[in-house]
Design a protein around this ligand. Structure first.
Ligand code: HEM
Length: 166
């Protein structure tokens, strides 16, 4: 009997802990994504301006951005479909969510923009592999990474804490 009444509470505590943990991880990994994106962007413009040869190091720098973004995407997806009370509220009443700027940001604008930004990073990874010349590789990376970073900066929830509070 006691076990029966405690089980739902234990489930709620577990979910709340998971939410805090994944949100904190999503918050911190954001800095990794931003750092790798700035490094990859500067590196692509350096190659474009100096006419440097495309080396495995350039590919590693680009992959570091695309892969850290992939990790951030998975954390964001966990929040979006399972853990976040914000998106749960939004899914409960989409009409209300669309009229509320704070809810609309997390239900539509943030995830959609970030998904497109991730696609730009992944396309850059694929296209630079197939490009005919090194100049084309740096040009493709510069264009796609600029678009990707602009989207990330535009739809980052800057009003939220810059670091998680433990
Ligand atoms: C498609 C990928 C993504 C999805 C689906 C997603 C989803 C979400 C959701 C649902 C929240 C709100 C969680 C809540 O407060 O209950 C959130 C918060 C946040 N997201 Fe994302 N996200 C994605 C990508 C990104 C990326 C790429 C960045 C930054 C580089 C980012 C940075 C943040 C930050 C800083 C917060 C606030 C964290 C906090 O308050 O501590 N997200 N995200």
């Amino acid at each position: 009997m006691i076990v029966g009444t405690l089980a739902p509470q234990a489930g709620a505590v577990y979910l709340s802990l998971m939410y805090s943990f994944v949100l904190a991880a999503h918050n911190i990994v954001r800095w990794v994504v931003l750092l790798t994106s700035v490094i990859a962007l500067l590196n692509s413009y350096r190659g474009l301006v100096t006419g440097a040869a495309w080396t495995p190091r350039d590919r590693t720098i680009l992959a570091a951005y695309a892969n850290s973004f992939g990790v951030q995407f998975l954390l964001g997806l966990l929040l979006y479909v399972w853990l976040s009370p914000l998106t749960r509220t939004g899914f409960g009443n989409m009409a209300v969510a669309m009229r509320d700027p704070a809810l609309r940001l997390f239900v539509i604008e943030h995830p959609v923009s970030m998904f497109i930004a991730l696609a730009f990073a992944q396309i850059a990874l694929g296209r630079t592999r197939k490009a005919a010349t090194d100049a084309a590789r740096f040009r493709i990376a510069a264009i796609l990474l600029t678009l990707s970073l602009l989207l990330v900066l535009a739809r980052m929830p800057w009003a939220r804490p810059l670091f998680p509070a433990f």
